[in-house]
Write a protein that binds this ligand. Structure first.
Ligand code: WTA
Length: 677
């Protein structure tokens, strides 16, 4: 049974927030708005959910799969396998192609429909891309990859910031059956190197430079630094984003536009098996080594399709905007695969919520008449801090559904989102899921489920969860219970394995509670049956919705020649949800006085930026002479978490601690630095 390590700072929002908000008129088909797919009330959700998990679930899923996806050849079996062996299969005999489902079928029907709104960093560079243009660009890039010898099953690295061509890169891979492995463009050269080498890529797709918030990012330079240690890479396709002169390695690097132009604007789709991998996406776990999460083709696609349709209540003419980065799972499912599979208009947002002003989101909503907006609590908190003037005086009447993802949303942020962006007329959907689940797990449905600020409400179709007692794995029944969240049955979009490490897949998700898939989060259920996600119970921290493992940050710090030991914890942060706090013990022979404490902590922060990426840099670094340890030498991070959360007066049992006397000086040091004393 895993040790429960709930991070401090995830507030018990359900204590303070009992009121519920029924579906507003805008998602009830009133005032000229479309009738919701699932509505008008809870019973409509419940009836459909029961079908999706009941004795006839296979029939329901078979029907949905045939209705929503285009198949080259039909399947016989709907579902096979299970959690125990991790041999899950959905629609195993079927063949299809994800790019065909996301592009071709819509292009044939409606070539001039806008597929992508590209909201560029400079608003004036923004434009729309039709399904026709998307189709031809995907075909051309697919042909380039094929001409380079990329075959079905080969992995291709994608290191692209938020340009619309990132969507093209994914779909070009999918078209020829290659498995894309996108690396978030905020990762450093070293992180990129490790991910490229882990999946043995021979080809990488990138750009000259990125643009974000008015700044230029030297993407190609980072790639060059990474590739110096990626012996398998043979070819690099470089998108011209800014047009700046960047070094190109003869025989290895080729310009996207020049290569694509040479080849046909049509290319055939590979017929892929339902269970063929569509992509690998690395994510942080409890250890220092990132996990290559592998998603399947048909199940993943169907999960994306159904959630985007029902959770955002998408209708054919909707203009959907997910503000996440394509480098994370939210971008994969809700910028690329979900909305495009449905054939609606999706948005690629290159900028930040505050560039050039804090009105950027609302300018975009007004300009493009966006119907749904999907962002993270951290962005909402940032905008809330910037004040209401930035959101006033914008026509936001096109919006119907506002979504949040990535961390529990605090009721203050929820209310701000509801009052100022939604103006009390939009449904707020707090969607709980993770990289490994592929698509939403627990979420409201706009036209059917009354929301409570801070609650992700009820399981999505096909998802059946229990709350378990973490100490003995027993099911906690009824209302007003708290424990860990686990799923009882496999759903189509569940990750199939960890790349080259099926054992780790089984150990992480299936073994902790036999018969269940363990999400790694704590959760409560209230008397009305609403689920409240409480945050990670393992060594994963969540900074602005970015998943980081404490071990990864610790491994980065320890690479500094003077560092003897480190302990990293996640602590509550008003803006980013959690922040990284690092405790560092230098080697006795390291002379701190030779440098200044300031200079040393800066050096350590740079070390983390270099090894992982800027987003992982600790917010605070404490140089300490001792770390709290058990008598057997294990670092007691629990103590550090408590101290950093200003809870030093409730440290609990210290009897297993080796030197309890250090607690006071540690507390003193932290409280002084934080200005609490
Ligand atoms: C957290 C992001 C509370 C959770 C899609 C999970 C959430 C981790 C929510 C996965 C939410 C995500 N409420 N917590 N609505 N959404 N989380 O893999 O701790 O980057 O385990 O996927 O984010 O992060 P990941």
């Amino acid at each position: 049974m895993p040790e429960l390590k709930r991070h401090a700072g995830v507030q018990d929002s359900h204590e303070g927030s009992k009121s519920s908000y029924p579906p507003p008129a805008r998602v009830q088909g009133k005032d000229g708005h479309p009738k919701p797919h699932i509505g008008p009330d809870f019973a409509a959700y419940k009836a459909e959910w029961e079908k999706s998990v009941g004795p006839d679930a296979d029939k329901w899923w078979g029907q949905k799969a045939r209705e929503c996806l285009d198949w080259f050849s039909d399947f016989k079996t709907v579902f096979a396998g299970g959690f125990e062996a991790g041999d899950i299969q959905w629609f195993p005999e079927g063949t299809l192609n994800a790019a065909y489902n996301c592009v071709d079928r819509h292009y044939y029907k409606n070539p001039d429909k806008v597929a992508i709104i590209y909201e560029a960093d400079e608003p004036s560079d923004s434009r729309e891309i039709t399904y026709r243009e998307l189709f031809h660009e995907v075909c051309r890039v697919a042909n380039v990859l094929r001409s380079w010898g990329v075959k079905r099953g080969d992995a291709v690295s994608v290191y692209l910031p938020m340009t619309w061509q990132a969507v093209v890169a994914f779909l070009a891979c999918a078209r020829i059956g290659a498995v894309h492995s996108a690396v978030f463009a905020g990762f450093s050269a070293e992180s990129l190197r490790d991910r490229v080498n882990d999946c043995e890529c021979k080809v990488l797709i990138t750009t000259d430079e990125g643009r974000r918030g008015g700044k230029t990012i030297a993407t190609k330079a980072i790639v060059d630094a990474a590739l110096a240690q990626c012996p398998l890479i043979e070819k690099v396709l470089v998108l011209r984003r800014t047009g700046s002169k960047v070094p190109m390695t003869e025989g290895r690097d080729f310009w996207w536009d020049e290569e694509a132009e040479k080849l046909s604007s049509y290319s055939v789709c590979e017929h892929m098996n339902s269970e063929d991998p569509l992509f690998i996406l690395y994510t942080s776990g409890s250890t220092g080594k990132p996990k290559g999460v592998v998603h399947s083709t048909a199940g993943y696609l169907l999960g994306g399709y159904l959630t985007v349709k029902y959770v955002f209540d998408l209708h054919p003419d909707d203009r959907f905007a997910c503000m996440a980065d394509v480098g994370w799972i939210t971008g994969h499912t809700y910028i690329v695969y979900g909305p495009l599979c449905l054939g609606v208009t999706t948005t690629v947002f290159e900028s930040t919520p505050v560039y050039p002003t804090a009105s950027r989101y609302w300018d975009a909503v007004d300009k493009w008449k966006l119907t749904q907006l999907y962002t993270a609590p951290t962005a909402i908190r940032l905008l809330r801090r910037m004040g209401e003037d930035a959101v006033k005086n914008h026509d936001l009447s096109s919006l119907r559904v506002l979504g949040t993802v990535g961390e529990p949303i605090n009721p203050e942020a929820w209310h701000w989102y509801n009052d100022h962006a939604g103006r009390g007329q939009c449904a707020i959907v707090d969607t709980y899921w993770m990289t490994e689940t592929g698509s939403h797990m627990v979420t409201p449905l706009p036209g059917a489920i009354a929301t409570k600020p801070g609650s992700a409400t009820f399981p999505f179709f096909g998802v059946d969860v229990d709350i378990l007692d973490p100490t003995n794995g027993k099911v906690l029944e009824g209302g007003d219970v708290e424990g860990v969240l686990a799923a009882k049955r496999p759903w189509p979009a569940i990750a199939r394995t960890i790349y080259r490490d099926h054992k780790r897949y089984l150990e992480t998700y299936m073994k902790p509670y036999p018969g269940y898939f363990f999400f790694g989060d704590g959760a409560a259920r209230d008397e009305d049956g609403y689920l409240w996600i409480k945050g990670r119970v393992d060594d994963v921290i969540n900074v602005s919705g970015h998943r980081l493992s404490t071990a990864e940050v610790e491994s980065a710090l320890i690479l500094h020649k003077g560092v003897s030991e480190t302990a990293v914890v996640g602590c509550p942060d008003e803006l980013t949800g959690q922040a990284v706090y690092a405790f560092v013990q230098m080697k006795p022979e390291f002379d701190i006085k030779a440098t200044s404490v300031d200079a040393l902590t800066k050096e350590l922060a740079i070390q983390v930026r270099k090894v992982i990426g800027p987003f992982a840099a600790p917010k605070r670094i404490f140089l300490v002479s001792d770390l709290p340890k058990t008598r057997s030498g294990k670092i007691m991070r629990r103590i550090l978490r408590k101290i950093c959360s200003k809870e030093a007066d409730s440290l609990g049992d210290l009897s297993s601690m080796e030197k309890p006397e250090i607690v006071d000086s540690l507390t003193d040091q932290v409280y002084k630095a934080m200005g609490w004393k």
